[in-house]
Design a protein around this ligand. Structure first.
Ligand code: UDX
Ligand code: UDX
Length: 463
């Protein structure tokens, strides 16, 4: 089949390369001529494991090409739109200007029976508006507009594309459904279920899924806060919950709050859509508000670890991207965390295996370092903000020798408390009890004042 992607960004590039790998003839069109020229030279503008090789192989085998010129799209069996839908400045609505702009640009070039597929995350009703624009621009034509949301996770996008939990096709039209079935046939044979629904339902599925994932993360984050107060271990709580099939073990890792290019903007956009339609989504409202506060509040853990003040101290932050295996800084929890550390008077040294160039515009005052160990030089505390694999087995003796004080704040819970205790670190986590030795150093006043205080007394103190 001939497949055209409009937009060679994250989504367009990964999806385009994977479709080509299945044997389809794919053209990725992007209006950014510089990006197209770079892609033709084999330079991939994003960091995604496996993507460089996948693109190179498929270009070489003649199934994948890039163009800044959309004039050839009349031949495509399916035209998939994957331009960005960032939050609109000011009100948080999804900014649909790129989508509608792209549709107006391609409308005169499409075949009269084109199947136009929206892969971008768009609020419910956007498909109707695209259809309206196409009818206005091409009154003669019989085009179909389909919603086919993507569910790719950054860092694992190729795997996710090739092993989807489901494929959602939003269209009531038999011809459009048949074309999409053919486009996804290689996956269908692998028993990936295709769910055929109407277009508005498909649009809602994408937002509801992301809002639910955001809710699951926020739920476990609040349980982690409770665990910290009552001496429970959130990782064991998550395991204990996750074995229940109705709950499931995934997305129950407590941390500094969710970030990235999707969950924050999609929860906000869903709230705006609900508001516009007079529906109230109180759970999602709370999730968005709790998560927003949480990211900056992580700085308080660093303050607590350094006995109440970080003014004039140096903090090393390991991991800047919103999660491992990506260089994406969009809505990364490291941004409000580091901003708060700066506001409180600390110097911040930072290291990330992939995201430092992307981080610089967001965090210009960070001292960027060449490795985790270089970042730790002269630091009063090391904060693990993103769980990159290379941070999981740091040489703790080497780290301690480089630091002014042996303090680690692990916002991703990747170390064991007893291991840190043996290495003589003061070790703070998210939602796990500190080791006995750490308790003495971390909260000396509380320990001296009352020994084993009752839970109620601790609660009163906290409030
Ligand atoms: C995608 C989805 O589209 C978004 O809805 C989802 O929530 C996340 O994944 P993403 O791929 O991250 O967005 O967007 P981005 O990396 O910004 O790429 C968009 C690309 O489209 C850019 O290369 C841009 O130049 C291109 N573009 C934009 C066009 O080619 N034409 C346009 O009219 C607008
Ligand atoms: C998400 C959805 O998973 C994907 O289906 C959708 O298409 C796009 O949005 P992505 O943004 O790439 O994907 O990352 P994801 O793995 O979902 O993580 C999002 C954020 O939540 C990250 O900041 C991550 O650190 C955080 N997270 C995730 C947790 O804090 N705990 C968890 O258990 C899982």
């Amino acid at each position: 089949m001939r497949v055209t992607m409009i937009g060679a960004g994250y989504d367009g590039l990964v999806s385009g390369a994977c479709f080509a790998d299945f044997g389809h003839d794919v053209t990725c069109i992007d209006k950014d001529a510089g990006r197209i020229a770079a892609l033709r030279r084999g330079e991939i503008p994003i960091f995604e494991p496996g993507l460089v090789d996948l693109v190179a192989t498929n270009i070489q085998q003649g199934r994948l090409e890039f163009s800044a010129d959309a004039s050839g799209i009349g031949d495509a069996d399916a035209v998939l739109i994957a331009v960005g839908t960032p939050s609109r400045r000011g009100d948080g609505h999804a900014d649909l200007s790129y989508i509608y702009g792209a549709v107006r640009e391609i409308a005169p070039l499409l075949s009269p029976t084109a199947i136009v597929v929206t892969k971008s995350t768009v609020p419910v009703g956007t498909g109707d508006e695209i259809e309206r624009i196409l009818r206005e621009e091409r009154p003669d034509a019989e085009m179909q507009v389909v919603s086919n949301p993507e569910f790719l996770r950054e860092g694992a996008a190729i795997y996710d594309f090739k092993h989807p939990d489901r494929i959602v096709v939003g269209s009531d039209d038999a011809r459009a459904r048949a074309v999409l079935a053919e486009v996804y046939r290689p996956l269908y044979l692998n028993a990936a279920p295709i769910l055929y629904v109407n277009r508005r339902t498909a649009e809602v599925i994408k937002y509801a899924a992301n809002a639910f994932l955001a809710t699951k993360i926020t739920f476990i984050n609040e349980i982690a806060d409770l665990c910290e107060r009552v001496g429970a271990d959130v990782q064991d709580v998550a395991r204990g919950m996750g074995f229940d099939n109705r709950i499931g073990a995934k997305f129950l890792h407590a941390g500094p709050g969710f970030g990235g290019s999707c969950l924050p903007k999609d929860t906000t956009a869903l709230l705006k859509t609900a508001h516009d339609h007079g529906a109230q989504l109180r759970i999602v409202e709370t999730v968005a508000a709790v998560n927003e506060r949480r990211k900056r509040a992580m700085a308080r853990k660093v303050v607590a670890a350094l006995d109440g003040s970080i003014r004039g101290k140096t903090v090393a932050v390991l991991g800047l991207s919103f999660k491992p295996n990506t260089d994406d800084m969009r809505d990364s929890p490291s941004i409000p965390l580091i901003t708060a550390l700066h506001d409180l008077g600390a110097t911040v040294r930072g290291y990330d295996p992939a995201a430092m160039e992307q981080a610089k515009p967001y965090l210009p005052d960070v001292i960027y370092c060449g490795s985790a160990y270089e970042a730790a030089e002269g630091a009063d505390a090391v904060v693990i903000a993103t769980e990159w694999e290379q941070f999981r087995a740091l040489d703790l003796d080497r780290l301690r020798c480089l630091m002014v004080q042996p303090v680690i704040v692990d916002l991703r819970n990747i170390y064991r408390a007893d291991e840190m205790k043996r290495a003589n670190f003061r070790y703070l986590t998210v939602g796990r009890p500190a080791a006995e030795r750490s308790l003495e150093t971390v909260a000396p006043r509380r320990r001296k004042a009352g020994g084993a205080k009752s839970m109620t007394a601790e609660l009163a103190e906290a409030l």
